[in-house]
Design a binder for this molecule. Sequence first.
Ligand code: SF4
Length: 266
Amino acid sequence: MKLKKKYQSRLNNLFVYETKDGYHVESVFYRGNTLCISTQVGCPVGCRFCASGSKGFFRNLSSEEIKLQFSLVEKILPIKGIAIAGIGEPAANAEAVLESLTFFKEKGLKVTITTTGFPHAGFKQLLSSEHDGVTFSIHGFTSEVRKKLFKLDFSFQKAISTFITHIEPLSRTKRKKYQIGYLLLKDVNDSEKELKKLAEFAAKYRLTVMLMMYNPVETSPFEPVSGEKYEKCFKFLRKHGVRVTLSNRFRTDPLGGCGTLTIARN
Ligand code: SF4
């Protein structure tokens, strides 16, 4: 795999790599110290708000290809952390992801993972790995909302129970490494009914919610909520005793990465 192109915005650097069989995958350097890397060519989960899975799933990246995204960029930028949150569902390529994670940890890097919890066996492996943080991307609690969000029909109940089984015995300090990812989409998952379910779940298990503003992509039928609505949802969760974090500055940049990374083939 080789580095093919680099784009730069005010906040982020986007890298395009070409694999030996002619696919292009991407990674993003953001926050001045973190590289968000891809784990698959395309994605089997196919979240309808995300460009990465819009063309379907082609193949897993090997651990070499995952590690190379870092090795090719570390020569030019100061990487302190790896976010396994680019193109692909890491739990669906768990073996290669875990091998790469060990490599990154040996280099002294902080490694975080973002996952939808599919498939369950891979999710379990990721939860138990030597990570520095897992974001469980939920985005919706009722089946009515989840059907709108995910093309893949996977058991949310199973993912939730795998997650709870893992975090319940953990001490308060260790549980801080786990959080819920919730992407606010206008008129889809921003109702009081959905937010109440999110608040109840997060408060019950003392989990932080990363409340995200949407960076719209052409392939998506969804729109972001207004700044005012975002503020309202944020306050609603806080009022229900939930710790909420924001990650919007880098996400909504034109090269923000989250949900905007795409694949191509020569
Ligand atoms: S958000 Fe993640 S899991 Fe969903 S389609 Fe995009 S890459 Fe796949």
